[in-house]
Ligand binder design. Sequence first.
Ligand SMILES: [Zn+2]
Length: 462
Amino acid sequence: MKRFAVLIVFFVLLCDPRLSGQEPKALPQGDDRYKADILLVVAHPDDEGAATPYLARAVDEGKRVAVVYGTRGSSGANEAGAEQAAALGDIREIEARRALETLGITNVWFLGGRDTASQNVLQSLANWGHGAALEQLVRLVRLTRPEVILTFLPGTFIGEDHGDHQASGVLATEAFDLAGDPATFSEQVAAPMRRLEPFLENLRPWQPKKIYYFPDADREDIFRGKGPQYSVMEISKSAKQAYWRRALESFRAHQTQAKGFLDSISKMDEAQIEKMVLSDGGWSDALHFVLGRSLVGGSVTGEIFEDIAPGAIPFARADVSAEPARPELSAELAGPWDFYANFRRAHGLTNLAHPEPPEIALQAPGTLVIPLWLRNATTKAREVALSVTLPEGWKVQSGEGHFSVAAKETAAARVEINLPALDEKASKKPEPQEVTVHAVSNGKSIGEVKLRVELRKRALPQ
Ligand SMILES: [Zn+2]
């Protein structure tokens, strides 16, 4: 009898469809509505305009696009109403969503960074909360699983050179390198421990395949041939309009930033709009991208989606190149310029174009600050003398003289220079000037720091 009962239980088990393998219960997968081909990472509402002519084309080609903004754009003037500060940010978030909606893009997120009026990317990163912003961006890369990331070029240049733009490029590059690593923010990739899991997120690591940059710099010379370009004049198949026109339609949402300009356009006919927008300072011929890294091959100037096949690729840790060898006693440029040298080495971007000597555009009259590292690897305190060679009319305010650096220490020094007012009557804009800081110890040079500086009537603070 006992044996019979065992047999019956065995038979029942065999017939249980849950155990027989005939109808397996599907485990939940990532939500396909949020899968993107392109993830655009920019700083402020309206920055998407740097890429909208290309995004319109990509959407035409069936690509799915998601967008991340660093801030909600709560600083600056409001051209459309009385609201300022946080309230202005609330409005600009909606304006950005509406701008993207005209292109059919609705998956849009904001990292919650604060607008930072500075050219120093490190100040922007600090003000945004670098760690929390990166954690959120890695989460969004894992959520959207992009094939390609498009973002501002991480570098400091003579140009618009907004620290927030640079910060979006820095974070996007870091997320490109980290989102595929299961050991980074592992709570995001851990499976739920409970039915209503409140902590662990059940995302999968995701390695994007390529990252491209668009420069915020005047130096087109050093970016030529470094990536693909896309005509803004071609006609969109879906909208029967040129891509620049699609981008302008999208830009119409940004009333708080450009109501005056947009009102003037609404009074023009098509021919006038085309003439104005395509003239000097507008969209010229093409949108240029700079290839950052590709993990799937393809040529530097080839199409963005060249050699991209669907499906996940393995996580690829960036090759970190070794620090350059230094003498025991040295003086080097610090600040964002030094940060970017380290950043390029840490993220496998040693081929990324950057100006030599380093450069900056500053408002004049004003102050130029040159941050320095004085490194002393010896076992004794050392004296270092700093002096500066300047263009005519420029004056050292502080930072020249003799300084002592303790044994085995790296100390921060700073030279401040007063910049003269620009000649109002000068017909053409002044050429960039070179500033050199000389560091001498014991009668011998331990470093010469050069910086190319362009004076402008208006520029972001350093
Ligand atoms: Zn911006």
